[in-house]
Write a protein that binds this ligand. Sequence first.
Ligand code: ATP
Length: 366
Amino acid sequence: MDQAMIEFQSVTKQYPGGQPAVDGLSMSIAKGSVTVFVGPSGCGKTTSLRMINRMVEPTSGTITVDGRDVTSVPAAELRRSMGYVMQSAGLLPHRSVLDNIATVPRLNGVSKRDARKRAEELLDVVGLAHSLGGRYPSQLSGGQQQRVGVARALAADPPVLLMDEPFSAVDPVVRDELQQELLRLQKDLAKTIVFVTHDIDEATILGDKVAVFATGGKLAQYAAPEEILRAPANNFVASFVGRDRGFRHLGFTSSDGVAIHPVPTIIRSSGRYESDSSAAGGWQLVVDADKRPLGWSAPGTETQLIPGGSLFRPGESLRRALDAALSSPSGLGVALDAEGRVLGVVRGGEVLALIEEARQVRQAAL
Ligand SMILES: Nc1ncnc2c1ncn2[C@@H]1O[C@H](COP(=O)(O)OP(=O)(O)OP(=O)(O)O)[C@@H](O)[C@H]1O
């Protein structure tokens, strides 16, 4: 059985003069897992998150972290022992990126030199160039600021990371990147992450477990994302998950059987185009000298680059394969190897046929 890291036991929070913000919450969060709190606005997600590090105190009930009642640890110490990332990265505007990341280690008594060295390592971890270390937060993009926020939360190597809508203020493309980056990070770090969002897509992408909160601060369902999409516990969860949940469910269906076909390519290097095939008359994929995709060229327009759709890597879900095909101007989804080089393409029709097959297998199993 998974070992519990965080436990809520009958936790209620009542702010003065209102309905309970959180009502009788009991749940166990496994060590090393990503748990997402999702639900409509005002249903108590943030309040529940903040009770874990005592930014908010429960009215009744108990929360334990690693077996210890949180009220037995001084609030400031507890807060410092957990990473916290919020929507606006919450960086100190007059401190450099490196100094921001080094904040908690410095508070913990780590020398300035060591804290900065660690901060530099963390720039690598979150995918930021070292040259950004000397900048001020206002000199970074929203996505870069969020990465700094994550680096800062990781600086003291806390076992628990609390994330409150950390990616909701960035545009969808950057958001997708940050989500994938977090999943990659988590593979190595295996932190216990509690993540708040109001976006069911984000919840099912990131969560090992998803907790759906209903209005009035009640836990409506707590389960693996596949189960929430496949078998919503009640009407509230079903309507929150939405009618397209069948499509979302594809996010868990393996793409193993998808065929990857060769694709005619044009190699563009130093501004020159060189077609490597005789496949005239069709769409051609434009790649650089290392076979990384640059875009598409429509039939008969060889030097005009049309931006491509999303990309797909074998091993990812059928949903990503379908996304790649549907978002591609050619109708062919570009498949990449682990180094980002083009392997070939997947065809939308074939992906759909596999989806239908998977649906029939699922139905037969019912
Ligand atoms: N400091 C506070 N004082 C009084 N009421 C509060 C306070 N903080 C939150 N609430 C109320 O408690 C309820 C739950 O709020 P909470 O922020 O936890 O919800 P949420 O699900 O995180 O919402 P959102 O997605 O909008 O942030 C809401 O009705 C909110 O108005």
